[in-house]
Design a protein around this ligand. Structure first.
Ligand SMILES: [Zn+2]
Length: 478
């Protein structure tokens, strides 16, 4: 990992960056507690204070989450990120919301990169289109159904093929020049799980990104399919997650070609076969039972592993577009049924699965992009010999969080100074802030040094202020 070995020119840039804040005296009124920040520009907002965060941690109690639990669920409950509501439903507390929002921004970036346009369709879906596609019956008990005062049937949307295809069909006269059209949303989805378990991994209400593509013909649709699969790969790479793309069953979505994206994990509910020889990978559901040889290279190198499904892609053909008559006007000026694909990402599931695979049993580790806050600054314990360093810590937290554009709003100050540094360090380790900066005795020396714990690499460094600023200026955020 890169750190203090900074180039001189880089240091200069960073210094320029921070100039306005170096003018603040340590006793700047900005650091005074209780000062309203309403009128101040967001870029200059004071750092969040741990004592004020709504993050009801039960780190030490080891809160019991019941039988249906797993590491990510336990850590998220203990860390004050989630609070159980009803079976399979959770309150996302502020830390979790910050993380989900970051993930959505990464997803947006990738989806826009392949031409996706974001929309937002109702969660309350009329039954009629589902009856037309034949899925009203097919979905069975997994679908939440309800009836309005007029006696009309509705469901809480588990997916939106019907809705989006009907939407497109209502826009008769779309030209072939407007295709491919890729529409996506990130919304709450609903599934009446018989046994919700593992927190956000198998809930009844969850966030999903679902994208629907419309193309002029099979070749174009396959091209779109490929480009979205590649975008999924880039997303998981950015999150630093080990992932595998496997051939999958099309289930009740339908179509002729389908892949799942999995994070290998012991608690995963899907069984995968991966060939060590040619790289072939499939969900066992798609292989004939008892098969021991690879269907592609016929070697006997198939290894079974378990995975958490975090993405699913389908090439649908005209399954839905022919039912709803979703057509475009082709080059010969004739209406033609569009070729479709659909592409799901389990947004809340990615968050939980990432925590599941990266964390230890008692400490959360985040994909660096998704940590609710990047930096936690620890002032010394109140009344200790180094107590006069408190204002330095406050000023440092403030200048990092508003002076470095990448860390704007990303810094918290653990102002629970009635606790020892050691205790707060332990909490910080459990909550997984990627960078913990301790303003301890060495910060009072003539050449002040700050202790920096880089939690994702496990390193502890002692850095001058310039080197600290330089290292943190390179932290990538979204
Ligand atoms: Zn093989």
């Amino acid at each position: 990992k890169k750190h203090a070995c900074c180039g001189f020119s880089r240091l200069m840039t960073t210094k320029l960056h921070l100039t306005p804040f170096l003018r603040l005296s340590r006793r700047s009124p900005l650091a005074a507690p209780g000062l309203s920040c309403v009128s101040r520009a967001a870029s200059n907002a004071p750092p969040a204070r741990v004592s004020r965060l709504f993050q009801p941690c039960n780190l030490r109690e080891g809160q019991d989450a019941g039988d249906m639990t797993c590491r990510s669920q336990r850590l998220m409950l203990q860390g004050g990120l989630l609070h159980p509501s009803s079976p399979g439903c959770f309150h996302y507390l502020p830390g979790a919301v910050r993380s989900v929002e970051k993930l959505v921004r990464l997803v947006d970036r990738e989806m826009r990169g392949v031409g996706g346009q974001k929309l937002d369709m109702p969660a309350l879906c009329a039954a009629e289109p589902w009856k037309r596609s034949g899925r009203w019956g097919l979905m069975g008990k997994e679908m939440f159904r309800l009836r309005d005062r007029h006696g009309t049937d509705y469901c809480l949307g588990p997916t939106h093929e019907e809705a989006v295809t009907e939407l497109l069909a209502s826009q008769g006269g779309l030209s072939y020049k407007q295709l491919p059209l890729l529409l996506y949303q990130v919304t709450r989805k609903f599934r009446d799980e018989q046994k919700p378990k593992f927190g956000l991994l198998r809930g009844r209400e969850f966030y999903m990104k679902d994208m629907y593509s419309f193309d002029v013909d099979k070749d174009a649709a396959q091209h779109t399919y490929q480009s979205v699969c590649e975008a999924y790969g880039r997303l998981f790479d950015q999150l630093g997650l080990r992932w595998v793309q496997v051939q999958a069953d099309t289930g009740n979505i339908g179509g002729t070609l389908s892949h799942e994206f999995h994070l290998p994990a012991d608690i995963g509910e899907d069984r995968l076969q991966v060939c060590g020889n040619c790289g072939f990978a499939a969900n066992v559901e798609t292989l004939s039972p008892g098969r021991a040889d690879c269907p592609r290279c016929e070697s006997s190198s198939l290894v079974e592993s378990k995975g958490i499904e975090v993405g699913h892609t389908f090439y649908l053909g005209t399954k839905y577009s022919s039912v709803f008559n979703a057509t475009f006007i082709n080059a010969q000026n004739k209406p033609e049924v569009a070729e479709m694909g659909c592409f799901g990402l389990g947004v809340s599931r990615i968050l939980a699965a990432a925590i599941e695979v990266l964390s230890s049993d008692d400490a959360i580790r985040w994909p660096s992009f998704l940590a609710p806050y990047q930096v936690c600054v620890l002032p010394p314990k109140r009344g200790s010999k180094t107590g006069q360093l408190t204002s330095l810590a406050e000023e440092l937290a403030h200048s990092l969080g508003s002076g470095l554009s990448n860390l704007r709003g990303e810094v918290v100050l653990d102002d629970r100074t009635q606790m020892t540094i050691g205790k707060r360090l332990k909490d910080a380790a459990r909550l997984g802030y990627p960078y913990v900066v301790v303003v301890g005795p060495r910060a009072a020396e003539e050449l002040p040094q700050f202790e920096v714990v880089c939690q994702n690499s496990g390193e502890t460094l002692f850095l001058s202020r310039e080197a600290l600023v330089d290292m943190l200026s390179r932290v990538e955020t979204v």
